[in-house]
Design a protein around this ligand. Structure first.
Ligand code: PDD
Length: 246
């Protein structure tokens, strides 16, 4: 799993926040000293979108360190990077999710979008076996993120989300949403929040490039006061869709 990846959504055959995804991919490569020809990669991603003829979808693109002569944790600096990508047709329809809270068992550099996702995989499949669609992870009760998404919640006319740190991926959807809802006058606070804070939340949602904003309708292992289709969630979703999916 010595590789990094991106999931780049597109709408009307045009990448959503394309440059930000490319920038994050470059950053992931830099963090792991994986050399990548980012201009070529950008061209390949655009070509994948154009050739697919899909209107809406996403591109999965992976950059691996490459094949070494011997299996060693200490890689040779002169091996060549390997890349691959594919396109998936996808519609960004609203989803409602049943989630489970779980301890975050991942490593300490979750800010890098690497394919080392065993912690996420174990937790998400555990949740799946209990009939859930996603997880909300926490470190000693402090909320980190979803298994493949960032977490938001709303109460008292304010939107809250965990601040960026090495424990979460700096989600592009998260970033875009914060920018746009702040600009429309909604109060947003980034900070350190506990899973107990979710008990009072009137709305909880998860964000990602493939899910957009997905409302949480139930946390199976904690009581909540969620109001499905809460006006503040609907407002945020509307702002996001108007800006990026219309
Ligand atoms: N996952 N946190 C994690 C752990 C993620 O895997 C993702 C996205 C996000 C949201 O990031 P963004 O808004 O940039 O998509 C947060 C992608 C979609 C995936 O692995 O399929």
């Amino acid at each position: 799993s010595d590789s990094v990846y991106e999931v780049i959504p597109f709408h009307n055959a045009k990448g959503i926040a394309f440059d930000r995804h490319i920038k994050r991919l470059q950053k992931s490569c830099n963090s792991l000293s994986i050399s990548a020809n980012i201009d070529l990669i950008s061209k390949e991603i655009i070509e994948l979108i154009n050739k697919s003829k899909f209107k809406d979808g996403y591109v999965y693109y992976q950059v691996s360190r490459g094949v070494d002569q011997i299996r060693s944790h200490m890689f040779n600096a002169d091996i060549s990077t390997e890349t691959f990508g594919y396109v998936v047709e996808h519609t960004f329809e609203s989803q409602s999710l049943k989630v489970m809270l779980c301890e975050d068992v991942r490593w300490q550099r979750c800010d890098i979008k690497s394919t080392s996702l065993l912690g996420n995989i174990m937790s998400m499949n555990n949740a799946k076996n209990s009939g859930c669609d996603e997880v909300i992870m926490h470190k000693d009760r402090v909320i980190t993120e979803g298994g493949a998404s960032n977490v938001f919640f709303a109460s008292n006319d304010c939107v809250y989300t965990p601040n960026l740190s090495k424990n979460i991926l700096p989600g592009i959807t998260r970033e875009l949403l914060i920018e746009k809802i702040k600009a429309s006058g909604i109060n947003v606070q980034e900070g350190s929040f506990k899973i107990d804070d979710l008990k009072d939340a009137k709305s909880i949602w998860l964000t990602s490039s493939t899910k957009g904003l997905a409302q949480v309708i139930e946390i199976t292992n904690q009581e909540t006061n969620i109001v499905v289709d809460h006006p503040l969630f609907l407002e945020c979703e509307k702002i996001f869709k108007n800006n990026f999916l219309s």
